[in-house]
Design a binder for this molecule. Sequence first.
Ligand SMILES: NC(=O)c1ccc[n+]([C@@H]2O[C@H](COP(=O)([O-])OP(=O)(O)OC[C@H]3O[C@@H](n4cnc5c(N)ncnc54)[C@H](OP(=O)(O)O)[C@@H]3O)[C@@H](O)[C@H]2O)c1
Length: 160
Amino acid sequence: MKISLIVAVAKNGVIGKSNGQMSWHVKDEFKHFKNTTLGFPIVMGRKTFETLGKPLKGRLNIVVSRNINYRTDFEEVVVKQSLQSAIDYCRELKPEKIFIIGGGEIYKQAIPLADEMIISFMKFEAEGEIKFPGFDAGQWQIEKTDDHELFEIFRYERKK
Ligand SMILES: NC(=O)c1ccc[n+]([C@@H]2O[C@H](COP(=O)([O-])OP(=O)(O)OC[C@H]3O[C@@H](n4cnc5c(N)ncnc54)[C@H](OP(=O)(O)O)[C@@H]3O)[C@@H](O)[C@H]2O)c1
């Protein structure tokens, strides 16, 4: 099971606002996110789930919260108490890959665990307090996979 992380990052490193709001709406980038993740389990932090407000269709949604009493209004959403237990849960389902979809707190913990990162670099700066954590680019083999008007997509594969 491949662990893939998917994120969109502004030029200044911003990925979102601390009140949960997204910092931009770029339709093409959402389309890329949807097409890439469709059919695979997605793992996200509780704050990101609450920003979305509902599960994303066509994917098993797994939300992590340290609060053992945390529940969502959606019975199809799986809640786990740690990132590791979310990943272990997925492993039992034997998918080809899973996607870690944020936010900042989850990305920070997931980068060391990821086999692959799919990063949309937005071609603009954005307002917001939540940033994508720094990482050692030397550990990754990097290829550009797509170029759009407002963003370009790079695929990072962890070096063996
Ligand atoms: N640009 C992008 O690609 C992208 C993607 C996703 C999200 N975002 C943005 O990111 C922001 C949200 O990020 P964030 O850092 O504030 O929050 P987050 O990572 O979405 O969620 C943080 C929450 O996840 C839970 N959590 C974190 N680590 C855990 C662990 N090891 N075990 C169990 N639970 C754990 C905790 O929930 P409890 O407090 O319930 O314990 C924590 O408060 C929003 O602005 C959103 O729009 C951007």
